[in-house]
Design a protein around this ligand. Structure first.
Ligand SMILES: Cc1cc2nc3c(=O)[nH]c(=O)nc-3n(C[C@H](O)[C@H](O)[C@H](O)COP(=O)(O)O)c2cc1C
Length: 212
């Protein structure tokens, strides 16, 4: 069954631009894949904790060496990894915060980068284990970073996410940006509408791959 993991990362539960983009993506995806399964994950409303020493120590242990307490500490990370592995498509609403992602999203990233589950180390170095999936990142930004903007060099959000998912073996990572959200209401609306049109174009073509 086609499965979409739909991740929101904006802490703003009522007004977020990225939440509207994710909602639209999900309804278009449901039309494209009737009967498909959508797994919702809200890292904005319920951010995972930042991994601490005890959790990271547990991550590094083989399964059979875990104490009951450590096993308990791994539960959320295991669930998040299971959701990611189950998905063919992953859509992420990602507001730019201080030129990169929100801290709740970063905590998720730290929890799903798990040796032996989402990547491993071989003789040639790390190897991603999640190849074949597609990631769609829908961003909102107060300013402008694309189309040759001089601020472009401060966009650590797109380069970080491309690098991170590439590390997990996912090279098909697409971005749709709703920029200019902090300029004035008209500019914000125009750029959100342009991002919605990009979503329509995405689903009008064959870019959201059919799942075998
Ligand atoms: C803590 C914080 C940091 C932000 N940092 C940036 C930034 O570095 N660059 C930028 O263009 N906008 C920045 N913004 C503006 C947000 O990206 C913008 O408001 C966006 O619409 C938020 O997405 P959302 O509406 O989906 O929550 C920041 C906003 C907040 C609250």
């Amino acid at each position: 069954m086609s499965t979409l993991l739909a991740i929101n990362t904006s802490p703003m539960t009522r007004t977020a631009v990225t939440r509207r983009l994710v909602e639209t993506f999900v309804s278009m995806w449901r039309e494209r894949f009737p009967g498909g399964r959508v797994i919702p994950r809200d890292l904005g409303a319920a951010p995972p904790p930042h991994p601490d020493e005890r959790m990271l120590t547990a991550f590094a242990k083989p399964d059979e060496a875990l104490t009951a307490g450590e096993r308990q500490l791994m539960t959320l990370s295991d669930t998040l990894v299971d959701e990611l592995i189950a998905a063919h498509h992953i859509v992420i609403g990602s507001p730019m915060y201080n030129f990169t992602v929100t801290s709740g999203f970063k905590a998720w990233i730290d929890m799903v980068g798990r040796a032996g589950r989402t990547f491993d180390y071989g003789p040639d170095g790390p190897r991603g284990l999640l190849g074949g999936r597609q990631v769609f990142v829908l961003t909102a930004r107060g300013g402008f970073y694309t189309n040759g903007s001089p601020e472009g060099q401060m966009d650590f959000q797109e380069s970080f996410l491309r690098g991170y998912f590439g590390f997990l073996g996912i090279d098909d990572v697409r971005f749709i940006h709703a920029e200019g959200q902090g300029i004035d209401p008209g500019t914000a609306q125009d750029n959100e509408a342009a991002a919605m049109r990009e979503l329509e174009t995405l689903f009008a073509g064959d870019e959201v791959r059919r799942v075998a």
